[in-house]
Design a protein around this ligand. Structure first.
Ligand code: ADP
Ligand code: F6P
Length: 324
């Protein structure tokens, strides 16, 4: 069936995530294979407003599948939150013959895509964030790589922590979401996991736990602290003073957002990028691609943004049980 979509635009927006390049590559090649042209928009919505746009052919995405970051660059763009900004964005799409737009990013970027859809631009969102905090999907591009990067780094800190019989507070990314912290907490065998969703700021519980673990003969004490709780350095000073156990803080920071994507991130990002193109080719708009219960799915953007996501209760209980 001939597609009514002649040209698709693609942009990455918000925090970058490993696997975004694989998603862009899939958009480009899936579209070209269906006779659709592709334009890359640099720097997210900021680049859209400035019409920073380039033609992408199949060769333009050669050797990108294994690269971290996003070769289209990304940005946060306050102007796009305004109606004037959104109208200008829709106008630029029309001026450049963009009939459909794939937006790779998080909830904020999807909100922007929804506004463009209201203004008549066909849009599809693809979930890209290391935080795994998009409610409509069990998978987001970049989480798998980021959590493996964090896990490997924490293993290294654990080695030296054990040698010196220290307590280590290791801060991982996640301002509002504790998925990286929870997964690393389990994967790295942490004694305590501090999650923005559940932490009660009762340091005495931590202190008691360190003293109790020492009594039971543990040689180190790993505390995974999510960025949203933060203050790892001052926490370390207070814990050392209260327990007498030498304590160090390590903040992993943006290294978690970089690096070559894992196989899972490359494959899932490719599937989602391709699916975004297929949806546009079918004449769909205002949708977000997701992965749920073993299936590739899509949702209305507004419905997706209204959904709530909670850390799985069973996983929290198991994580706690494994720290004894
Ligand atoms: P993420 O997409 O990772 O959630 P942000 O929340 O920073 O990241 O959003 C990325 C960009 O999406 C913002 O800089 C802004 O340009 C756009 N955006 C965010 N929220 C809205 C909104 N409510 N309406 C329109 N555009 C938005
Ligand atoms: O959304 C991804 C994320 O890495 C969060 O975990 C973190 O809080 C935030 O982005 C950091 O953003 P920035 O790159 O602006 O410091």
């Amino acid at each position: 069936m001939a597609s009514k979509i002649g040209t698709i635009g693609v942009l990455t927006s918000g925090g970058d995530a490993p696997g975004m390049n694989a998603a862009i590559r899939a958009v480009v090649r899936r579209a070209i294979s269906q006779g659709i042209k592709v334009k890359g928009i640099y720097q997210g919505y900021k680049g859209l407003l400035n019409a920073e746009i380039t033609d992408l052919d199949a060769r333009a995405v050669s050797d990108t599948v294994a690269q971290g970051g996003t070769f289209l660059y990304t940005a946060r763009c306050p102007e796009f939150r305004t109606l004037e900004g959104q109208q200008r964005g829709a106008e630029v799409c029309r001026e450049h013959g963009i009939d459909g737009l794939v937006v790779i990013g998080g909830d904020g970027s999807f909100a922007g895509a929804g506004k463009l859809a209201e203004l008549g631009i066909n849009t599809i969102g693809v979930p890209g964030t290391i935080d795994l905090d998009i409610a409509c999907t069990e998978y987001t591009i970049g989480f798998d790589t980021a959590v493996n990067t964090a896990m490997e780094a924490i293993d290294k800190v654990r080695d030296t922590s054990t040698s010196h019989e220290r307590c280590s507070i290791i801060e991982v990314m996640g301002r509002h979401a504790g998925y990286i912290a929870l997964w690393c907490g389990i994967a790295n065998g942490a004694e305590d996991i501090l999650l923005p969703e559940t932490y009660d700021y009762d340091e005495q519980t931590l202190i008691n736990n360190i003293i109790e673990c020492r009594r039971r003969g543990k040689k180190h004490h790993i505390i995974i602290n999510a960025e949203g709780i933060g203050h790892s350095a001052s926490m370390a000073r207070r814990i050392e003073a209260a327990t007498g156990v030498e304590t160090r803080a390590t903040i992993l920071g943006h290294m978690q957002r970089g690096g070559s994507p894992t196989c899972k991130d490359r494959v899932y990002a490719s599937m989602m990028g391709a699916m975004a193109v297929d949806l546009l080719a079918e004449g769909r708009s205002n949708r977000v691609v997701g992965y749920r219960n073993g299936d590739w799915v899509d949702f209305d953007i507004e419905e997706a943004l209204k959904m709530q996501k909670h850390l799985p209760d069973y996983m929290l209980r198991v994580a706690k049980a494994l720290t004894i």
